[in-house]
Design a protein around this ligand. Structure first.
Ligand SMILES: [Zn+2]
Length: 340
């Protein structure tokens, strides 16, 4: 079994009314990612810049009622754990707080309010805030997800990305079974290990991408950062931690490095006009469970000038993605921000 970065190209032609009906040729690339198995089409279509982010409408709407995650309301308006599950009721650390999700969808399902601030722009999420949040997530999994195997730290940033509240918060989920994406990743990792005498798919993917270079950003602490060969969004940035490691294996200094990478990507997102995003850190809670540790940050933008949602039937109903920003170009744009 080899890591194959597969690209199938096809060319389409039509008569273009904006070029006096001259023949126009456009290339379509279909890519299959050897790590995730994702299929993505990369189009040669050029989009306009997104323009500056503007969250005013969501901030104003959020001020119409009390915010349960703001410090003056949190104690009174958020859930608590049963005394036998967590005697102190909620977990707190460095301005972040964890409590049960009132709308649960997984065996262990918690909300982690990241900071006292009601609203932060993407570039305002400092390494300190993110490291504190990730480290508290690890504490929450250790104390509240005993017996669970597969977990994720998730983040919907603002309403167009699925958030219910403006106030920055992660959602922690852990269960005995992986989600579909995680199960697929685990299956691929296990098949690779069988075929390659205990080969580690994440290590080999990192090695191949570091050598290829076009999508490579760099290594920062435990994680290698790159843009995925077959992206799941127009903007998709990935961090991989190889060798059977998970969030619970990271030391404080390593969590800080991971947070530093996230902070850099968020500052880049803001500079590009990416005002909405989803974030997931996939992690196993037990070593040997077979799930590579993967972090993804994906855009949820509206495409100008009409404000077209970047998600459409293709992704929702065909399980394939379309992007017009090649990951190689994304990596190139991100690199100056990466260097700092
Ligand atoms: Zn708030």
């Amino acid at each position: 079994m080899e890591l194959k970065f597969e690209i199938t190209r096809s060319r389409t032609r039509f008569l273009d009314p904006f070029k006096k009906f001259e023949t126009t040729e456009l290339d379509i690339e279909s890519r299959k990612d050897p790590l995730s198995g994702d299929s993505t089409r990369v189009l040669s279509f050029r989009a306009r810049p997104l323009g500056p982010i503007d969250h005013q409408v969501y901030i104003e709407r959020s001020q119409e009622r009390p915010c349960p995650f703001c410090p003056e309301n949190l104690e009174r308006m958020t859930t608590r754990y049963l005394p036998q599950d967590l005697p102190e009721g909620r977990l707190s650390q460095g301005g972040a707080t964890v409590f049960p999700n009132a709308f649960p969808y997984e065996a262990m399902n918690a909300v982690l309010v990241l900071c006292p601030e009601h609203y932060l722009r993407p570039s305002q999420f400092s390494t300190e805030i993110l490291a504190n949040g990730l480290s508290l997530a690890a504490v929450a999994f250790k104390r509240l997800a005993k017996g669970q195997t597969y977990a994720s730290v998730n983040w919907n940033y603002l309403m167009p990305a699925g958030a219910g509240l403006v106030h920055p918060h992660f959602q922690l989920a852990a269960g005995k079974s992986p989600t579909r994406f995680q199960a697929n990743l685990r299956t691929r990792a296990r098949a690779y290990a069988r075929a390659k005498e205990n080969g580690d798919i994440a290590s080999d993917y990192i090695l191949a991408e570091r050598q290829a270079g076009a999508r490579w950003l760099g290594r920062l602490g435990p994680a290698s950062w790159l843009t995925p060969f077959a992206p799941r969004a127009i903007y998709d940035v990935m961090a991989l931690i190889p060798c059977d490691k998970g969030l619970l294996d990271l030391k404080p200094g390593q969590i800080e490095k991971l947070a530093q990478g996230i902070s850099r990507v968020l500052a880049f997102f803001e500079s590009e006009g990416v005002g909405y995003f989803n974030f997931t850190l996939h992690t196993q809670l037990k070593s040997g469970a077979g799930l590579p540790c993967m972090l993804r940050l994906v855009s949820r933008v509206d495409i100008p000038p009409m404000g077209v949602d970047e998600i459409n039937y293709f992704e929702k109903l065909h399980d394939e993605m379309i992007t017009f920003l090649p990951p190689e170009e994304l990596a190139q744009r991100l690199r100056p921000h990466w260097a700092g």
